[in-house]
Design a protein around this ligand. Structure first.
Ligand code: AMP
Length: 216
């Protein structure tokens, strides 16, 4: 199965990916995670991406397309789930072209729909562990000890791009540059819409129903 997960930042894409990976054995390819990894390793790519990421803008298409094409090439036969890529129509066209060259297509696009107000609350309250990547929320998913990671005791941080000003910019970027992708994929007849204002488990169960039907 080759799946694209669409939704604004904070729509719960990362959480849903974890459930999909454990149920279907897909490789989770998150463009944001790959970029953050490149940054923490101090690579050229990471340095180039830094200022775009910290301001809530998109990293230029050519950088992302090359980076994700490499990641997809190494995916196992079970397939992959793309999280955060494509984010522009230009990236989607490049992805279709690259897959087409190896006789592949995207099987399903899962579109997570969430109100902007809920997203703002989710993202500005998010805290993460710089050591192991675990994610918490100051209201709904508190660590056992305030401000400290349950797994390794590291002090939790707020990602620079989760501060309120940058969140507003990321949402604006999403509506302007990424939302048109829904129509792009609707023309291919492969979009499944989900109300992602609900609890993560409820959303996961609807996604499983859709994908189980698709794979039988
Ligand atoms: P994410 O964790 O997916 O929200 O991504 C964090 C940041 O990485 C975004 O705000 C962008 O600056 C950058 N980024 C991630 N994926 C892409 C993409 N497909 N195209 C352009 N920029 C991206």
């Amino acid at each position: 199965m080759r799946i694209v997960l669409l939704g604004a930042p904070g729509a719960g894409k990362g959480t849903q990916c974890k459930s999909l990976v454990s149920r279907y054995g897909l490789l989770h390819l998150s463009s944001g995670d790959i970029l953050r990894q490149e940054r923490s390793e101090g690579t050229e790519l990471g340095k180039k991406a830094q200022r775009y990421m910290d301001s809530g803008a998109l990293v230029p298409d050519e950088i992302i397309i090359e980076m994700m094409a490499k990641a997809i090439d190494n995916a196992p036969a079970a397939g992959f789930i793309l999280d955060g890529f494509p984010r522009t129509v230009n990236q989607a066209v490049a992805l279709d072209k690259a897959l087409d060259e190896s006789g592949q297509t995207i099987d399903a696009v899962l579109n997570l729909e969430v109100d902007d107000g809920i997203i703002e609350k989710r993202m500005t309250g998010r805290r993460s562990c710089p050591q192991c990547g675990a994610v918490y929320h100051i209201e709904n998913m508190k660590p056992k000890t305030e401000g400290v990671c349950d797994h390794d005791g590291t002090e939790l941080i707020q990602r620079p791009d989760d501060n309120p000003k940058v969140v507003a910019k990321r949402l604006e970027t999403y509506h302007r540059q990424t939302e048109p992708l829904v129509d792009y994929y609707k023309k291919q007849g492969i979009v499944h819409d989900f109300d992602a204002n609900d609890e993560a488990e409820v959303v996961a169960s609807s996604i499983f129903d859709a994908l189980d039907t698709l794979s039988t």
